[in-house]
Design a protein around this ligand. Structure first.
Ligand code: PMP
Length: 443
């Protein structure tokens, strides 16, 4: 039945709630939806009309408390954290909301420098440069390296920020089959024979751009395969760790740690702060000369507003939790909880007959729906029952591979996950989206 949650309905929230990303709520008219679990696992969202290509998404004005399986709050830091929040508030009172200036002008505080130093040592790289936005870290920094005479190889399923970056580059761009180092090598071999005369390498440099975990596939990159090709052809590797930094690897150091590849073999480790770090912004980590080059040449470093100091402090505090520099094992516990939750959820989904993409340990789980026509009904039903998921269909995916994407967080409790699984089972039966024969081959 309906429930109302008195005492949980303030219109204006204090600072702490601002940091929990709950900007405005008035809980009412919640259908059959229990409120439980830590706020990081649950969220209040404004209901919208179903996706319709003729009309824009419209807010219905209703606000609903949902189990959050839709956003990338992998370690749960995006919500108020007893270690991070007081430090963020201190930084806010000391440096203000924004420096309203680029890093190269007046936008650098000691907190920015501390974060870049500590992140470089965490990642095993000489230097790090942060940027106000993860998307821009790909779309603006990549073209700086990929000037005329550069050949860029981009994975067919790379994120749109990478696609934007390589399209803006003055170099030549080629796309290889998703996560396929063998296809990449074929293209590279052909490319090395191009140009006249054939007495020297026809390209000034070659850059291979891949992601750590593909956000719509939940799949881990074949990093060892790409490193072998890169070494053979003296190419550079740009690795986007948006979904893997702080989420993969025993100590959260990303896919290099997870797969046993040395960070020294990756030329640029790129990542964002909008997932495991629970904030926003992005970074590149590389040798000092590469970072110096970015500082001199990158328009976003020179002319875009720097990460705001409270966001920098949030990332720094989350990083210290991950490394244990806060003096506790809370970060390590969150990392192992994320892995336990992700593998539990994936194995239960597979046993329930869903066709789930991706690899073990990956917190990103696309569940195939196949029939585009059922996408809207599925997402609507999930929302009605109080579970927020992301559904993706054509044109974002090929016509026949629509999917519902789930992201697991360390802050989900076992009850949260079981509650979601129960609803998935119900919705899958109601909307008839399960595909048992294919799912069996996944086990
Ligand atoms: N790279 C990848 C792989 C992403 O998935 C995203 C966004 N989800 C970005 C870059 C952009 O990061 P941000 O949202 O922090 O701007």
């Amino acid at each position: 039945g309906k429930a109302s949650f008195k005492g949980y309905a303030p219109i204006r929230q204090d600072f702490e709630d601002f940091f929990t990303r709950r900007i405005y709520y008035r809980i009412h008219d919640v259908f059959n939806c229990p409120v439980k679990g830590p706020p990081s696992a649950w969220m209040d969202i404004i209901e919208r009309t179903p996706v319709n290509r003729q009309k824009p998404l419209m807010a219905t004005g209703k606000i609903k408390r949902c189990l959050n399986l839709g956003s990338y709050n992998y370690l749960g830091f995006a919500s108020s954290d007893p270690y991070c929040t007081p430090r963020v508030l201190d930084t806010l009172s000391q440096h203000g909301w924004s420096l309203c200036s680029s890093r190269a002008d007046a936008g650098t505080t000691p907190v920015h420098e501390e974060l870049e130093r500590e992140l470089a040592s965490f990642l095993g790289k000489q230097a790090v440069l942060t940027c106000g936005m993860g998307f821009a870290t790909n779309s603006v920094f990549l073209p700086v390296l990929a000037g005329p005479g550069t050949l860029v190889f981009s994975d067919a399923l790379n994120h749109v920020s990478i696609v934007t970056g390589v399209r803006a580059a003055k170099g030549t761009v080629r796309v290889f089959d998703h996560n396929d180092p063998v296809h990449l090598e074929q293209l590279l071999r052909q490319a090395m024979l191009e140009g006249q005369p054939r007495t020297h390498r026809p390209w000034k440099k070659v850059i291979i751009v891949v992601e750590g975990i593909y956000s719509m596939e939940g799949e881990v990159v074949d990093l060892a395969g790409f490193v072998a090709v890169a070494k053979k052809y003296k190419a550079y590797i740009w690795l986007d760790e948006a979904h893997s930094i702080g989420a993969m690897g025993a100590t959260g150091r990303g896919v290099c740690e997870h797969l046993g590849v040395s960070p020294a073999d990756i030329d640029v480790l790129m990542g964002t702060f909008s997932k495991s770090f629970g904030a926003c912004g992005g970074y590149v980590a590389a040798n000092k000369d590469v970072i110096d080059y970015f500082m001199a040449q990158c328009p976003a470093h020179l002319h875009a507003t720097a990460m705001t100091p409270p966001a920098v402090q949030m990332v720094l505090s989350a990083l210290r939790l991950i490394t244990g520099a806060d003096g506790s094992d809370r970060g390590a516990h969150k990392l192992s909880q994320l892995r336990t939750n992700a593998n539990y959820f994936r194995s239960r989904l597979l046993h329930m007959g869903f066709n789930v993409l991706g690899d073990w340990d990956s917190p990103v789980m696309p569940i195939m729906i196949f029939q585009l026509a059922k996408l809207s009904a599925t997402s609507h039903e999930m929302l009605r029952l109080g579970v927020a998921v992301v559904v993706v269909g054509f044109p974002a995916t090929p016509l026949l591979t629509s999917r519902m994407r789930v992201c697991i967080s360390a802050s989900h409790t076992r009850q949260d996950l079981d509650y979601a699984l129960q609803l998935f089972d119900y919705v899958a039966t109601k909307c008839d989206i399960r595909d048992p024969p294919l799912a069996a081959s996944n086990l």
